[in-house]
Ligand binder design. Structure first.
Ligand code: FAD
Length: 544
Protein backbone atom coordinates (compact mmCIF):
# COMPACT_ATOMS: atom_id res chain seq x y z
CA UNK A 1 0.00 0.00 0.00
CA UNK A 2 1.40 3.40 -0.97
CA UNK A 3 2.64 5.71 1.72
CA UNK A 4 1.36 9.25 1.45
CA UNK A 5 3.62 12.25 1.74
CA UNK A 6 1.47 14.02 4.25
CA UNK A 7 0.33 11.37 6.67
CA UNK A 8 -1.62 13.86 8.82
CA UNK A 9 -3.85 14.25 5.82
CA UNK A 10 -7.42 13.42 6.84
CA UNK A 11 -7.74 11.02 3.88
CA UNK A 12 -4.97 8.66 4.91
CA UNK A 13 -4.09 5.48 3.10
CA UNK A 14 -1.47 3.75 5.20
CA UNK A 15 -0.06 0.38 6.14
CA UNK A 16 -0.62 0.90 9.86
CA UNK A 17 -3.24 3.11 11.48
CA UNK A 18 -2.77 3.47 15.24
CA UNK A 19 -5.66 4.73 17.37
CA UNK A 20 -4.78 6.54 20.61
CA UNK A 21 -1.77 8.68 21.54
CA UNK A 22 -1.08 7.30 25.00
CA UNK A 23 2.19 5.68 26.02
CA UNK A 24 1.27 2.48 24.12
CA UNK A 25 0.15 4.16 20.88
CA UNK A 26 3.18 6.46 20.71
CA UNK A 27 5.43 3.42 21.02
CA UNK A 28 3.43 1.48 18.40
CA UNK A 29 3.67 4.44 16.01
CA UNK A 30 7.42 4.60 16.53
CA UNK A 31 7.97 0.85 16.12
CA UNK A 32 5.81 0.57 12.98
CA UNK A 33 7.48 3.55 11.35
CA UNK A 34 10.97 2.30 12.25
CA UNK A 35 10.03 -1.06 10.71
CA UNK A 36 9.40 0.78 7.44
CA UNK A 37 5.60 0.87 7.35
CA UNK A 38 3.65 3.94 6.33
CA UNK A 39 1.82 5.12 9.44
CA UNK A 40 -0.75 7.46 10.91
CA UNK A 41 -2.09 7.83 14.43
CA UNK A 42 -5.52 9.26 15.19
CA UNK A 43 -6.31 10.59 18.66
CA UNK A 44 -9.62 11.79 20.10
CA UNK A 45 -7.93 14.39 22.29
CA UNK A 46 -6.15 17.57 21.27
CA UNK A 47 -2.75 16.41 22.55
CA UNK A 48 -0.64 13.38 23.31
CA UNK A 49 -0.47 11.53 26.62
CA UNK A 50 -3.63 9.41 26.81
CA UNK A 51 -4.21 8.85 30.55
CA UNK A 52 -1.78 11.71 31.24
CA UNK A 53 -3.59 14.05 28.87
CA UNK A 54 -7.10 13.46 30.25
CA UNK A 55 -6.41 12.95 33.99
CA UNK A 56 -4.99 16.37 34.76
CA UNK A 57 -6.74 16.73 38.13
CA UNK A 58 -4.69 18.17 41.00
CA UNK A 59 -2.76 15.37 42.68
CA UNK A 60 -2.67 13.08 39.61
CA UNK A 61 0.64 11.29 39.62
CA UNK A 62 2.37 7.96 39.02
CA UNK A 63 2.10 5.04 41.39
CA UNK A 64 4.88 3.44 39.32
CA UNK A 65 8.40 4.80 39.74
CA UNK A 66 8.85 7.40 36.99
CA UNK A 67 12.00 5.88 35.44
CA UNK A 68 10.43 2.41 35.36
CA UNK A 69 7.31 3.74 33.61
CA UNK A 70 9.10 5.73 30.88
CA UNK A 71 10.38 4.21 27.63
CA UNK A 72 13.47 2.01 27.55
CA UNK A 73 13.87 1.67 23.77
CA UNK A 74 16.38 4.53 23.55
CA UNK A 75 19.40 4.81 25.84
CA UNK A 76 19.78 8.46 24.76
CA UNK A 77 16.19 9.26 25.75
CA UNK A 78 16.66 7.60 29.15
CA UNK A 79 19.87 9.60 29.71
CA UNK A 80 18.38 12.90 28.53
CA UNK A 81 15.20 12.97 30.58
CA UNK A 82 15.69 13.68 34.27
CA UNK A 83 12.54 12.86 36.19
CA UNK A 84 12.12 15.26 39.09
CA UNK A 85 10.42 12.86 41.51
CA UNK A 86 10.35 9.13 42.09
CA UNK A 87 6.60 9.35 41.37
CA UNK A 88 6.10 12.16 38.87
CA UNK A 89 3.04 14.40 38.72
CA UNK A 90 0.79 14.62 35.67
CA UNK A 91 2.29 17.84 34.21
CA UNK A 92 5.77 16.30 34.15
CA UNK A 93 4.47 13.06 32.59
CA UNK A 94 2.59 14.97 29.90
CA UNK A 95 5.74 17.01 29.18
CA UNK A 96 7.76 13.80 28.91
CA UNK A 97 5.39 12.19 26.39
CA UNK A 98 5.37 15.39 24.30
CA UNK A 99 9.15 15.43 24.45
CA UNK A 100 9.29 11.84 23.16
CA UNK A 101 6.92 12.62 20.30
CA UNK A 102 9.04 15.57 19.19
CA UNK A 103 12.39 13.92 19.93
CA UNK A 104 11.51 11.10 17.51
CA UNK A 105 9.67 13.32 15.01
CA UNK A 106 6.35 11.52 15.47
CA UNK A 107 3.99 14.51 15.66
CA UNK A 108 3.76 14.80 11.89
CA UNK A 109 2.07 11.38 11.82
CA UNK A 110 -0.60 12.26 14.41
CA UNK A 111 -4.05 13.60 13.70
CA UNK A 112 -5.65 15.12 16.82
CA UNK A 113 -9.33 15.76 17.62
CA UNK A 114 -10.11 12.66 15.58
CA UNK A 115 -12.25 10.13 17.44
CA UNK A 116 -12.80 6.84 15.61
CA UNK A 117 -16.52 6.19 15.36
CA UNK A 118 -16.49 3.25 12.95
CA UNK A 119 -13.95 0.73 11.68
CA UNK A 120 -14.96 -1.85 9.08
CA UNK A 121 -12.93 -4.66 7.61
CA UNK A 122 -13.31 -5.14 3.86
CA UNK A 123 -12.73 -8.82 3.14
CA UNK A 124 -12.00 -8.38 -0.57
CA UNK A 125 -9.15 -5.97 -0.13
CA UNK A 126 -8.22 -6.97 3.45
CA UNK A 127 -8.21 -3.29 4.36
CA UNK A 128 -9.78 -1.48 7.31
CA UNK A 129 -11.90 1.52 6.54
CA UNK A 130 -11.86 3.83 9.54
CA UNK A 131 -14.17 6.82 10.04
CA UNK A 132 -13.51 9.59 12.54
CA UNK A 133 -15.99 11.98 14.13
CA UNK A 134 -15.05 14.75 11.67
CA UNK A 135 -16.28 12.53 8.81
CA UNK A 136 -12.79 11.69 7.48
CA UNK A 137 -12.19 8.15 6.27
CA UNK A 138 -8.79 6.48 6.52
CA UNK A 139 -7.84 3.21 4.85
CA UNK A 140 -5.31 1.00 6.55
CA UNK A 141 -4.02 -2.51 6.03
CA UNK A 142 -3.45 -2.94 9.77
CA UNK A 143 -5.45 -1.27 12.49
CA UNK A 144 -3.82 -1.08 15.92
CA UNK A 145 -6.21 0.18 18.59
CA UNK A 146 -4.11 1.36 21.53
CA UNK A 147 -7.18 2.93 23.07
CA UNK A 148 -6.37 2.14 26.71
CA UNK A 149 -8.18 0.23 29.42
CA UNK A 150 -8.92 3.28 31.58
CA UNK A 151 -9.93 5.81 28.94
CA UNK A 152 -13.75 5.89 29.13
CA UNK A 153 -14.77 7.79 32.28
CA UNK A 154 -17.78 6.40 34.11
CA UNK A 155 -20.48 8.55 35.72
CA UNK A 156 -22.91 6.67 37.97
CA UNK A 157 -26.52 7.00 36.97
CA UNK A 158 -27.60 9.37 39.75
CA UNK A 159 -31.09 10.80 39.19
CA UNK A 160 -31.07 14.56 38.63
CA UNK A 161 -27.37 14.82 37.80
CA UNK A 162 -28.13 17.39 35.13
CA UNK A 163 -30.29 19.42 37.55
CA UNK A 164 -27.33 20.39 39.71
CA UNK A 165 -26.69 24.11 39.30
CA UNK A 166 -23.05 24.06 40.46
CA UNK A 167 -19.88 22.92 38.72
CA UNK A 168 -19.28 19.23 37.93
CA UNK A 169 -16.06 17.52 36.88
CA UNK A 170 -14.86 13.97 36.33
CA UNK A 171 -11.23 13.31 37.31
CA UNK A 172 -10.75 11.50 33.99
CA UNK A 173 -11.99 14.46 31.94
CA UNK A 174 -10.34 17.25 33.87
CA UNK A 175 -10.23 20.64 32.09
CA UNK A 176 -6.93 22.19 31.03
CA UNK A 177 -7.95 25.51 32.58
CA UNK A 178 -7.48 25.74 36.38
CA UNK A 179 -10.39 24.74 38.61
CA UNK A 180 -10.76 26.96 41.66
CA UNK A 181 -11.87 25.25 44.89
CA UNK A 182 -11.21 28.26 47.14
CA UNK A 183 -14.11 29.19 49.41
CA UNK A 184 -16.37 26.54 47.81
CA UNK A 185 -18.37 23.67 49.25
CA UNK A 186 -17.08 20.70 47.31
CA UNK A 187 -18.01 17.01 47.14
CA UNK A 188 -15.75 14.26 45.89
CA UNK A 189 -17.65 11.10 44.99
CA UNK A 190 -15.44 8.01 44.97
CA UNK A 191 -12.40 6.92 46.95
CA UNK A 192 -10.51 4.81 44.39
CA UNK A 193 -7.01 5.63 43.14
CA UNK A 194 -8.01 9.02 41.66
CA UNK A 195 -10.32 10.07 44.51
CA UNK A 196 -7.68 9.51 47.16
CA UNK A 197 -5.16 11.55 45.15
CA UNK A 198 -7.38 14.62 44.73
CA UNK A 199 -9.09 14.59 48.17
CA UNK A 200 -6.14 15.90 50.26
CA UNK A 201 -5.59 18.77 47.81
CA UNK A 202 -9.22 19.87 47.61
CA UNK A 203 -9.41 19.74 51.43
CA UNK A 204 -6.68 22.33 51.84
CA UNK A 205 -8.33 24.80 49.44
CA UNK A 206 -12.11 24.37 49.74
CA UNK A 207 -14.36 25.89 52.42
CA UNK A 208 -15.70 22.38 53.00
CA UNK A 209 -15.16 18.97 51.49
CA UNK A 210 -17.62 16.10 51.71
CA UNK A 211 -16.32 12.73 50.59
CA UNK A 212 -18.90 10.18 49.40
CA UNK A 213 -17.44 6.73 49.83
CA UNK A 214 -19.03 3.55 48.39
CA UNK A 215 -16.22 1.17 49.39
CA UNK A 216 -13.20 1.96 51.49
CA UNK A 217 -9.92 0.86 49.93
CA UNK A 218 -6.68 -0.39 51.44
CA UNK A 219 -4.65 2.79 50.95
CA UNK A 220 -0.98 2.79 51.88
CA UNK A 221 1.62 5.58 51.61
CA UNK A 222 3.20 6.31 48.23
CA UNK A 223 6.39 7.50 49.97
CA UNK A 224 7.37 9.83 47.16
CA UNK A 225 10.56 11.93 47.17
CA UNK A 226 12.51 14.14 44.79
CA UNK A 227 15.24 12.34 42.85
CA UNK A 228 18.61 13.60 44.09
CA UNK A 229 21.48 14.33 41.71
CA UNK A 230 23.33 11.25 43.03
CA UNK A 231 20.29 9.13 42.25
CA UNK A 232 20.09 10.70 38.76
CA UNK A 233 23.71 9.74 38.13
CA UNK A 234 23.10 6.20 39.39
CA UNK A 235 20.02 5.80 37.18
CA UNK A 236 22.05 6.85 34.13
CA UNK A 237 24.94 4.54 35.02
CA UNK A 238 22.65 1.57 35.67
CA UNK A 239 20.61 1.81 32.48
CA UNK A 240 21.56 -1.67 31.24
CA UNK A 241 20.79 -3.34 34.57
CA UNK A 242 17.52 -1.43 34.88
CA UNK A 243 16.47 -2.58 31.40
CA UNK A 244 17.46 -6.17 32.13
CA UNK A 245 15.30 -6.21 35.28
CA UNK A 246 12.33 -4.33 33.85
CA UNK A 247 12.28 -6.35 30.65
CA UNK A 248 12.08 -9.62 32.53
CA UNK A 249 10.29 -8.87 35.80
CA UNK A 250 6.83 -10.51 36.12
CA UNK A 251 5.21 -7.21 37.12
CA UNK A 252 7.51 -4.74 35.33
CA UNK A 253 8.89 -3.07 38.46
CA UNK A 254 12.40 -2.89 39.90
CA UNK A 255 11.16 -4.05 43.32
CA UNK A 256 12.80 -7.15 44.69
CA UNK A 257 10.61 -10.07 45.69
CA UNK A 258 10.78 -11.13 49.32
CA UNK A 259 11.84 -14.69 50.13
CA UNK A 260 9.73 -15.38 53.21
CA UNK A 261 6.11 -16.27 53.85
CA UNK A 262 4.02 -14.51 56.49
CA UNK A 263 4.09 -17.23 59.14
CA UNK A 264 7.80 -17.97 58.69
CA UNK A 265 8.33 -14.96 60.96
CA UNK A 266 7.42 -14.42 64.60
CA UNK A 267 4.77 -11.82 65.32
CA UNK A 268 7.46 -9.34 66.33
CA UNK A 269 9.46 -9.93 63.14
CA UNK A 270 6.29 -9.67 61.11
CA UNK A 271 5.33 -6.31 62.59
CA UNK A 272 8.84 -4.99 61.94
CA UNK A 273 8.62 -6.21 58.34
CA UNK A 274 5.16 -4.70 57.85
CA UNK A 275 6.50 -1.39 59.18
CA UNK A 276 9.24 -1.58 56.57
CA UNK A 277 6.63 -2.29 53.90
CA UNK A 278 4.50 0.64 55.06
CA UNK A 279 7.53 2.91 54.56
CA UNK A 280 8.48 1.40 51.19
CA UNK A 281 7.71 3.05 47.85
CA UNK A 282 4.43 2.52 45.96
CA UNK A 283 3.58 -0.93 44.67
CA UNK A 284 6.37 -2.64 46.63
CA UNK A 285 3.72 -3.29 49.31
CA UNK A 286 2.36 -5.77 46.79
CA UNK A 287 5.47 -6.91 44.95
CA UNK A 288 7.98 -7.12 47.83
CA UNK A 289 5.63 -8.22 50.59
CA UNK A 290 5.47 -11.77 51.98
CA UNK A 291 5.37 -14.36 49.20
CA UNK A 292 1.96 -15.68 50.30
CA UNK A 293 0.22 -12.27 50.54
CA UNK A 294 -2.06 -12.96 47.57
CA UNK A 295 -2.15 -16.72 47.97
CA UNK A 296 -3.13 -17.31 51.60
CA UNK A 297 -6.17 -15.44 52.94
CA UNK A 298 -4.84 -15.78 56.51
CA UNK A 299 -1.58 -14.13 55.46
CA UNK A 300 -3.45 -11.36 53.66
CA UNK A 301 -5.54 -10.78 56.81
CA UNK A 302 -2.37 -10.17 58.85
CA UNK A 303 -1.29 -7.33 56.56
CA UNK A 304 -4.83 -5.92 56.42
CA UNK A 305 -5.00 -5.85 60.24
CA UNK A 306 -1.69 -3.96 60.29
CA UNK A 307 -3.02 -1.38 57.81
CA UNK A 308 -6.33 -1.12 59.72
CA UNK A 309 -4.40 -0.29 62.88
CA UNK A 310 -2.48 2.41 60.99
CA UNK A 311 -5.79 3.95 59.88
CA UNK A 312 -7.13 3.88 63.46
CA UNK A 313 -3.92 5.52 64.69
CA UNK A 314 -3.89 8.29 62.08
CA UNK A 315 -7.59 9.20 62.07
CA UNK A 316 -8.65 10.98 65.27
CA UNK A 317 -12.39 10.25 65.18
CA UNK A 318 -12.94 6.50 65.83
CA UNK A 319 -16.24 6.40 63.91
CA UNK A 320 -14.63 7.98 60.83
CA UNK A 321 -11.64 5.64 61.13
CA UNK A 322 -13.95 2.61 61.18
CA UNK A 323 -15.68 3.81 58.01
CA UNK A 324 -12.26 4.07 56.35
CA UNK A 325 -11.27 0.50 57.20
CA UNK A 326 -12.29 -1.75 54.28
CA UNK A 327 -14.67 -4.57 55.17
CA UNK A 328 -14.77 -7.95 53.45
CA UNK A 329 -12.01 -7.00 51.04
CA UNK A 330 -8.52 -8.45 50.83
CA UNK A 331 -5.46 -6.37 50.03
CA UNK A 332 -4.70 -6.64 46.28
CA UNK A 333 -8.21 -7.78 45.39
CA UNK A 334 -8.82 -4.30 44.06
CA UNK A 335 -6.22 -2.00 42.57
CA UNK A 336 -4.47 -0.70 45.71
CA UNK A 337 -4.36 3.11 45.85
CA UNK A 338 -1.26 4.88 47.13
CA UNK A 339 -1.61 8.07 49.11
CA UNK A 340 0.06 11.14 50.47
CA UNK A 341 -1.65 12.60 53.55
CA UNK A 342 -4.97 10.92 52.70
CA UNK A 343 -6.03 9.57 56.10
CA UNK A 344 -4.74 12.73 57.82
CA UNK A 345 -7.21 14.74 55.70
CA UNK A 346 -10.11 13.38 57.79
CA UNK A 347 -8.71 15.16 60.87
CA UNK A 348 -9.40 18.54 59.26
CA UNK A 349 -12.46 20.37 60.61
CA UNK A 350 -13.71 21.18 57.08
CA UNK A 351 -13.83 17.53 55.92
CA UNK A 352 -16.73 15.08 56.32
CA UNK A 353 -17.08 11.47 55.20
CA UNK A 354 -20.40 10.02 54.02
CA UNK A 355 -20.58 6.24 53.85
CA UNK A 356 -22.85 5.38 50.93
CA UNK A 357 -23.62 1.96 52.43
CA UNK A 358 -25.36 3.74 55.33
CA UNK A 359 -26.85 6.61 53.36
CA UNK A 360 -26.90 6.06 49.58
CA UNK A 361 -27.23 9.00 47.23
CA UNK A 362 -30.92 9.36 46.40
CA UNK A 363 -30.64 12.13 43.83
CA UNK A 364 -29.03 15.38 42.92
CA UNK A 365 -30.96 18.57 43.23
CA UNK A 366 -30.14 22.05 41.94
CA UNK A 367 -28.43 22.72 45.28
CA UNK A 368 -26.48 19.58 46.01
CA UNK A 369 -26.57 15.87 46.81
CA UNK A 370 -29.50 14.28 48.64
CA UNK A 371 -29.16 11.21 50.86
CA UNK A 372 -31.49 9.84 53.56
CA UNK A 373 -29.87 12.48 55.81
CA UNK A 374 -31.15 15.31 53.62
CA UNK A 375 -29.59 17.60 51.02
CA UNK A 376 -26.02 18.74 51.45
CA UNK A 377 -25.61 22.08 49.68
CA UNK A 378 -22.66 22.18 47.31
CA UNK A 379 -20.93 24.47 44.84
CA UNK A 380 -19.02 21.71 43.08
CA UNK A 381 -19.14 17.93 42.61
CA UNK A 382 -16.04 16.01 41.55
CA UNK A 383 -16.82 12.56 40.18
CA UNK A 384 -13.90 10.25 40.93
CA UNK A 385 -16.00 7.29 39.85
CA UNK A 386 -13.61 5.47 37.58
CA UNK A 387 -13.84 4.04 34.11
CA UNK A 388 -15.52 1.46 31.94
CA UNK A 389 -12.44 -0.68 32.36
CA UNK A 390 -10.82 -2.97 29.83
CA UNK A 391 -13.29 -3.05 26.97
CA UNK A 392 -14.90 0.41 27.22
CA UNK A 393 -12.98 2.17 24.45
CA UNK A 394 -12.95 -0.75 21.98
CA UNK A 395 -16.69 -1.22 22.46
CA UNK A 396 -17.28 2.40 21.42
CA UNK A 397 -15.26 2.34 18.21
CA UNK A 398 -17.91 0.77 15.97
CA UNK A 399 -15.60 -2.11 15.02
CA UNK A 400 -16.94 -4.67 12.52
CA UNK A 401 -14.89 -7.61 11.27
CA UNK A 402 -15.60 -10.49 8.88
CA UNK A 403 -19.22 -10.74 7.69
CA UNK A 404 -19.90 -7.37 9.30
CA UNK A 405 -19.86 -8.94 12.79
CA UNK A 406 -19.66 -6.27 15.50
CA UNK A 407 -16.89 -6.62 18.10
CA UNK A 408 -19.49 -5.87 20.77
CA UNK A 409 -21.45 -8.97 19.65
CA UNK A 410 -18.37 -11.16 19.52
CA UNK A 411 -17.58 -9.99 23.05
CA UNK A 412 -21.15 -9.94 24.38
CA UNK A 413 -20.15 -12.31 27.22
CA UNK A 414 -16.81 -10.62 27.85
CA UNK A 415 -13.60 -10.15 25.84
CA UNK A 416 -12.13 -13.10 23.92
CA UNK A 417 -8.53 -12.62 22.89
CA UNK A 418 -5.29 -14.32 22.08
CA UNK A 419 -2.41 -12.81 24.11
CA UNK A 420 -4.59 -9.75 24.65
CA UNK A 421 -3.66 -8.58 21.16
CA UNK A 422 -6.08 -10.12 18.65
CA UNK A 423 -9.55 -11.64 18.44
CA UNK A 424 -10.79 -14.20 15.89
CA UNK A 425 -12.87 -12.91 12.97
CA UNK A 426 -11.21 -9.49 13.04
CA UNK A 427 -8.18 -9.90 10.76
CA UNK A 428 -5.45 -7.26 10.85
CA UNK A 429 -6.90 -5.70 14.01
CA UNK A 430 -4.63 -5.58 17.07
CA UNK A 431 -5.17 -4.01 20.48
CA UNK A 432 -2.02 -4.01 22.64
CA UNK A 433 -2.64 -2.56 26.11
CA UNK A 434 -6.27 -3.68 25.86
CA UNK A 435 -8.25 -6.33 27.74
CA UNK A 436 -6.36 -9.43 28.96
CA UNK A 437 -3.21 -7.38 29.47
CA UNK A 438 -1.34 -7.95 32.72
CA UNK A 439 -1.62 -5.93 35.89
CA UNK A 440 1.55 -4.26 37.13
CA UNK A 441 3.61 -1.49 35.62
CA UNK A 442 1.55 -1.04 32.45
CA UNK A 443 4.06 0.27 29.89
CA UNK A 444 6.25 -2.79 30.28
CA UNK A 445 3.58 -5.39 29.40
CA UNK A 446 1.96 -3.11 26.82
CA UNK A 447 5.39 -2.56 25.27
CA UNK A 448 5.95 -6.33 25.03
CA UNK A 449 2.66 -6.57 23.16
CA UNK A 450 3.59 -3.72 20.79
CA UNK A 451 6.91 -5.41 20.06
CA UNK A 452 5.13 -8.66 19.26
CA UNK A 453 2.50 -6.99 17.05
CA UNK A 454 5.31 -5.30 15.12
CA UNK A 455 7.07 -8.65 14.79
CA UNK A 456 3.91 -10.18 13.30
CA UNK A 457 3.55 -7.32 10.80
CA UNK A 458 7.15 -7.73 9.68
CA UNK A 459 6.72 -11.50 9.41
CA UNK A 460 3.65 -11.05 7.21
CA UNK A 461 5.51 -8.61 4.97
CA UNK A 462 8.49 -10.95 4.64
CA UNK A 463 6.19 -13.75 3.56
CA UNK A 464 4.34 -11.50 1.10
CA UNK A 465 1.12 -11.78 3.11
CA UNK A 466 -1.31 -8.96 3.78
CA UNK A 467 -3.67 -10.64 6.25
CA UNK A 468 -2.97 -11.83 9.79
CA UNK A 469 -5.72 -13.57 11.71
CA UNK A 470 -5.63 -15.54 14.91
CA UNK A 471 -7.23 -19.01 15.03
CA UNK A 472 -10.48 -19.33 16.92
CA UNK A 473 -8.94 -22.28 18.81
CA UNK A 474 -6.01 -20.19 20.05
CA UNK A 475 -8.39 -17.44 21.10
CA UNK A 476 -10.49 -19.93 23.06
CA UNK A 477 -7.47 -21.49 24.73
CA UNK A 478 -6.10 -18.11 25.89
CA UNK A 479 -9.49 -16.81 27.03
CA UNK A 480 -10.19 -20.01 28.99
CA UNK A 481 -6.74 -19.74 30.56
CA UNK A 482 -7.45 -16.14 31.65
CA UNK A 483 -10.81 -17.12 33.16
CA UNK A 484 -9.36 -20.15 34.95
CA UNK A 485 -6.37 -18.22 36.33
CA UNK A 486 -8.66 -15.49 37.66
CA UNK A 487 -10.76 -18.05 39.55
CA UNK A 488 -7.70 -19.80 40.94
CA UNK A 489 -6.23 -16.72 42.59
CA UNK A 490 -7.78 -16.91 46.08
CA UNK A 491 -7.24 -13.25 46.87
CA UNK A 492 -9.47 -12.15 44.02
CA UNK A 493 -13.15 -11.46 44.33
CA UNK A 494 -15.48 -10.22 41.66
CA UNK A 495 -16.02 -6.93 43.50
CA UNK A 496 -13.19 -5.26 41.60
CA UNK A 497 -13.45 -3.24 38.42
CA UNK A 498 -10.97 -5.83 37.13
CA UNK A 499 -14.16 -7.90 36.61
CA UNK A 500 -16.18 -4.99 35.22
CA UNK A 501 -18.24 -4.94 38.41
CA UNK A 502 -18.42 -1.13 38.63
CA UNK A 503 -20.49 -0.94 35.43
CA UNK A 504 -24.14 -2.01 35.71
CA UNK A 505 -24.98 -4.82 33.28
CA UNK A 506 -21.39 -5.53 32.26
CA UNK A 507 -20.53 -9.27 32.13
CA UNK A 508 -18.45 -10.31 35.15
CA UNK A 509 -15.38 -11.51 33.29
CA UNK A 510 -11.80 -10.99 34.34
CA UNK A 511 -10.41 -8.18 32.17
CA UNK A 512 -6.72 -8.57 32.95
CA UNK A 513 -4.47 -11.60 32.69
CA UNK A 514 -3.52 -12.82 36.14
CA UNK A 515 -1.08 -15.37 34.64
CA UNK A 516 0.85 -12.22 33.79
CA UNK A 517 3.96 -11.51 31.86
CA UNK A 518 5.68 -14.92 32.32
CA UNK A 519 2.77 -16.55 30.47
CA UNK A 520 2.98 -13.97 27.67
CA UNK A 521 6.74 -14.52 27.33
CA UNK A 522 6.34 -18.31 27.28
CA UNK A 523 3.63 -18.14 24.64
CA UNK A 524 5.62 -15.76 22.42
CA UNK A 525 8.70 -18.01 22.67
CA UNK A 526 6.58 -20.97 21.57
CA UNK A 527 5.11 -19.01 18.66
CA UNK A 528 8.57 -18.05 17.45
CA UNK A 529 9.62 -21.69 17.60
CA UNK A 530 6.57 -22.99 15.74
CA UNK A 531 6.43 -20.33 13.01
CA UNK A 532 3.57 -18.34 14.61
CA UNK A 533 1.28 -21.34 14.20
CA UNK A 534 -1.67 -19.75 16.02
CA UNK A 535 -2.02 -17.15 13.27
CA UNK A 536 -3.09 -17.55 9.64
CA UNK A 537 -1.00 -15.48 7.26
CA UNK A 538 -2.70 -15.14 3.87
CA UNK A 539 -2.75 -12.81 0.88
CA UNK A 540 -5.68 -11.27 -0.88
CA UNK A 541 -4.20 -12.59 -4.13
CA UNK A 542 -4.44 -16.17 -2.80
CA UNK A 543 -8.12 -15.69 -2.09
CA UNK A 544 -9.22 -14.24 -5.46
C1 FAD B 1 -5.21 8.42 37.02
C2 FAD B 1 -4.50 7.21 36.52
C3 FAD B 1 -3.25 6.89 37.04
C4 FAD B 1 -2.56 5.78 36.56
N1 FAD B 1 -1.34 5.47 37.11
C5 FAD B 1 -0.65 4.42 36.63
C6 FAD B 1 0.63 4.08 37.15
O1 FAD B 1 1.16 4.74 38.04
N2 FAD B 1 1.25 3.00 36.65
C7 FAD B 1 0.72 2.24 35.66
O2 FAD B 1 1.35 1.29 35.22
N3 FAD B 1 -0.48 2.55 35.15
C8 FAD B 1 -1.18 3.60 35.60
N4 FAD B 1 -2.40 3.90 35.07
C9 FAD B 1 -2.92 3.09 33.96
C10 FAD B 1 -2.68 3.84 32.63
O3 FAD B 1 -3.87 3.90 31.95
C11 FAD B 1 -1.58 3.16 31.84
O4 FAD B 1 -0.38 3.20 32.59
C12 FAD B 1 -1.25 3.80 30.49
O5 FAD B 1 -1.31 5.19 30.55
C13 FAD B 1 -2.11 3.27 29.40
O6 FAD B 1 -1.63 3.79 28.21
P1 FAD B 1 -2.33 3.48 26.84
O7 FAD B 1 -1.58 4.22 25.80
O8 FAD B 1 -2.48 2.01 26.66
O9 FAD B 1 -3.81 4.05 27.00
P2 FAD B 1 -4.28 5.54 27.32
O10 FAD B 1 -3.21 6.29 27.99
O11 FAD B 1 -5.58 5.42 27.99
O12 FAD B 1 -4.47 6.19 25.88
C14 FAD B 1 -5.52 5.80 25.05
C15 FAD B 1 -5.81 6.95 24.11
O13 FAD B 1 -6.74 6.47 23.13
C16 FAD B 1 -7.62 7.51 22.82
N5 FAD B 1 -8.84 6.92 22.30
C17 FAD B 1 -9.70 6.07 22.89
N6 FAD B 1 -10.73 5.75 22.07
C18 FAD B 1 -10.50 6.44 20.92
C19 FAD B 1 -11.20 6.53 19.68
N7 FAD B 1 -12.35 5.85 19.46
N8 FAD B 1 -10.69 7.32 18.72
C20 FAD B 1 -9.52 8.01 18.90
N9 FAD B 1 -8.83 7.96 20.07
C21 FAD B 1 -9.31 7.18 21.06
C22 FAD B 1 -7.86 8.22 24.13
O14 FAD B 1 -8.29 9.55 23.91
C23 FAD B 1 -6.48 8.13 24.77
O15 FAD B 1 -5.75 9.30 24.51
C24 FAD B 1 -3.12 4.98 35.55
C25 FAD B 1 -4.39 5.30 35.04
C26 FAD B 1 -5.07 6.39 35.52
C27 FAD B 1 -6.42 6.71 34.95
Amino acid sequence: MAARENAVDAVADVDVLVVGAGITGIYQLYRAREAGFSVQLVEAGAGVGGTWYWNRYPGARFDSESYTYGYLFSRELFQEWEWQEHFAQQPEIERYLNYVVDRFDLRRHIRFDARVTSARFDEHSAVWSVTTGDGAIARARFLVATTGVLSVPYFPDVPGRDDFAGEQYHTGLWPATPVDFAGKHVAVVGTGSSGVQIIPIVATEAASLTVYQRSANWCTPLNNAPITSDEQARLRAEFDDICATLNSSPHGFLHRAHDRATFDDTEEERLAFFEKMWNSPGFSKLTSNYTDLLLDPAANAQWCEFVAEKIRTIVDDPATAEKLVPKGQRFGEKRPPFVTGYYETYNRPNVALVDLHDTPILRMTADGIETADGVRELDMVVWATGFDFGTGALARMGIRGRDGVALTDHWADGPRTFLGIQTAGFPNLFFPGGPHAAAGNNPRYNGDQVDFVTELLVHARERGCDTIEVDAAAEKQWTDMVDRAAKRAPSFGESSYYFGSNIPGKPRKYLLNSAGRPKLFAEIAELRANGYASFDFTTTKMRH
